[in-house]
Design a protein around this ligand. Sequence first.
Ligand code: FES
Ligand code: MG
Length: 576
Amino acid sequence: MSKPAGLRKGLTQYGDVGFSLFLRKAFIKGAGYTDDALDRPIVGIANTGSGFNPCHGNAPQLIEAVKRGVMLAGGIAIDFPTISVHESFAHPTSMFLRNLMSMDTEEMLRAQPMDAVVLIGGCDKTVPAQLMAAASAGIPAIELVTGPMLNGSHQGTRVGACTDCRRYWASYRADEIDDAEIAQINNQLVGSVGTCCVMGTASTMACISEALGMMLPGGATPPAVTADRARIAERTGTQAVAMIKAGLTPERILTPQAFENALRVLFAIGGSTNGLIHLTAVAGRMGIRVDLAQVDRMSAETPVLLDLKPSGDHYMEDFHKAGGLATVLRELRPFLHLDALTVTGRTLGEELDAAAPAFPQDVVRKLDNPVYAQGGIAVLKGNLAPEGAIIKQSAAAPGLMAHEGRAVVFENSEDLAARLDDPDLDVRADDILVLKHIGPVGGPGMPEAGYIPIPKKLARLGVKDMVRISDGRMSGTAAGTIVLHVTPEAALGGPLAWVRTGDRIKLDVPNRSLSLLVGDEEMAARAAAQPMDRTPDPDARGYRKLYLECVLQADKGCDFDFLQAPHMTRSVPGAS
Ligand code: FES
Ligand code: MG
């Protein structure tokens, strides 16, 4: 059992140790604390509340509940701000800022005297940023999410961000609904504070945190505005104090087995493709490599069990009422490392044994009656993506999974915006839309623009899906036959850079291949005729400069090279 250091931890250096502590105490007493209050284990609370982040709008209530839990356990809780990143209020992209948030969080965990930390995350990039930070900072850390928003209602139909945002917008683009109706819908999509209520990246990362053992069991699903959510927050505070006493650091929890459990859950919930990038980044902080071939094998043998949008029909509220993640974990038992340790100090298996008993429900399916027989994510390789690409097959059209077509190429996002809806655009429903230069460097920040809208002239004819390929990402709330994360990206001279309109492309998901039907000689000639300028942007400065110089490709989690562990000494094991 390690002894909490409290305010003595990591003293600011003034040379004189006694004076350093004397000063520290004097300043915090300025906030009204007594010596008695300060002579206790200190739990920091990373406060990501922000007026620009409605997904974290309940942060004040959660902080109050966490503080109550900490005090009940005899500790003292001190909240502090960090960067907060919201999907829709982060230019150029939230992904561009994820690593900055992870650096901010990591360094604040190191700099300030806390014996443990409760990380309040929620919106997509915040939880991975916090897990990356916790993995690197090394102090006992426990994740608490803000929880999903409530559903809204449009003409008697439940709606919620943001699968329905896309669905209704596509209808609007196809002239199926008018200006007045789309305005009504806009009022209903986000029913309250909290995170998107489908299996987008926020819900995915909440489930992944619980599966990793970094969150209290049952912590992933309670909606933001419920008493269940507040009680989880209180218990999280109490548990943080227990973790200090037990010396329960992330190093003991974030093992290769824990990452494999998290990957199994990612597949079984039909989780966001972004979850794979984020898990790879968190694992990289621990010196653990996530191999895409293993990912594909695990995905192929792990069925999608959760019937939730966008792969299914329900919303997060329904998942919570159906028993939450334990319901999925119970079904997944044969695939899990049940001896993996969690923040409670007990193993995943022990927690599952202690979970509330199963009851009849229709949100989580049985292993022998899955929503989709394979995991949600398939890994593709081929001459168009030598280092891999992925497709969320559970959200794709079965008829397009093996498809050869003519490429219709857009050079970048601006080109797409300028030409996609042009009535004269030469495009047919069986073509393959290709978008370049939206990768980690090319975006920059790997925008979620991989969900290329169906060209207006085809949308009006009723075309709902086409094969789309890019080096970018897609929101976890989106659906379609969409190939993402093509690596290496176009901006680094990957083969994607040389695709031209009229080329033939063959997508073969069953055989996991993505091929450009153009000969090697021709590709080499194209590359030679139009050399890629890879000199760094001379006008880049500050964080953007750091980002462009150091960001890794999608298969490495898009972390910065210098933030990863210096050596990848372990990898996610296969447990077949
Ligand atoms: Fe914050 Fe979806 S925008 S979780
Ligand atoms: Mg998102």
